[in-house]
Design a binder for this molecule. Sequence first.
Ligand code: FES
Length: 397
Amino acid sequence: MDADIDFVHTGPGTLAGRYLRRFWQPIHRVHDLAPGRALPVRVMGEDFTLYRGEAGPNPSPLPGGEGTNPHLLAFRCAHRGTQLSTGWVEGDDIRCFYHGWKYGPNGQCMDQPAEPEPFCARIQIRSYPVEEYIGLVFAYLGEGTPPSLPRYPDFETERDPRVQAAWPCNYFVRLESIRDEWRIGPVDQGFAGMADIRQIEAEETDSGLLQRGIRSHDDVTVGYVHMPNVHQFTVCGSPPDQSGNGSWESLLWIVPVDDEHFTTFNVTRAARGDESSASYQERRAARAGNIARRKPAEELGEEILAGRLRLADVTDRTMNLNVVQDYVAIVGQSRVADRAGENLGAQDASVALLRSIWERELRALAHDEPLKQWERRVAVRAGKTAAASPEKGSEGC
Ligand code: FES
């Protein structure tokens, strides 16, 4: 690894931050942003004001859209710097609560009620492109004209994504935990067993990286990283309790909150073509109920990391065992992992490849050289496949 290439820090002006800001990022759940509400959001160490206009006549043509437009502006009012999200929404505009300056969706100041000679025309705060899609609010935080928002047609029937609370760890630790079969196997026997896996393979694709966990010629588990920070994978086993038939397929965006915290945005769909959607929705609803009832995986993970609980004590599947394992394995690597102390082996092929891809792209960005133009494959499917060909994708679990 090139020590000069830093993919850990993502604040404004950093190399990795500049790279990630060239791609649309999810920043909120559509359903959690009510009409007329303003909220503070923090992404890659930057704070913003997210708000939705009051009920309006603009039904969104986008899957998952709510019908009134969300807007994203700078965090602070341009007058004396009060946090703008503490103000209130008027129509499609937002007014600062302190002295009442009002801003439009493009950040242009429109009213300065206490000024005898208003100078609104000279005042504009930054605004950012926002789109709603598959139940998520996406924002483009980079410079210039944004690229078109990547589409995932297989997931467009899904409107109920899950957003994970921020975990105290750098995002890249989670990003390089790509359907980590070797870790899951020995603890959670409901997933692929470690002893069964003969080989982990990884290769670069048009959209990022493909990982294969090979047990036999006709038993290959496939997972993807779509550059820069999206996982696509299939979990075998049935929501809610992973004890029955069925499986689900996930898109997972891993987004830095700051350099020591990340959150994930997870959109799932039924992975089997022969699975009735009614059955799938039933199991999803039951799974959501279980999640609401049980102790948060983050709390259990902290208990284990502090030595007050053992992983082996977490045996009840309704406790979301795999998420607890994720928490312990990922947060246990410290807030910003020390990669200089690592010793990678053959099982880490996809980790090494992902780092090398990131390193290459960041080096190109640093030297103003052309970047690889990643393509989103419309019909990519993750999961088990009957052949080790990335083109065939998944036939289900
Ligand atoms: S600080 Fe916002 S109007 Fe004064």
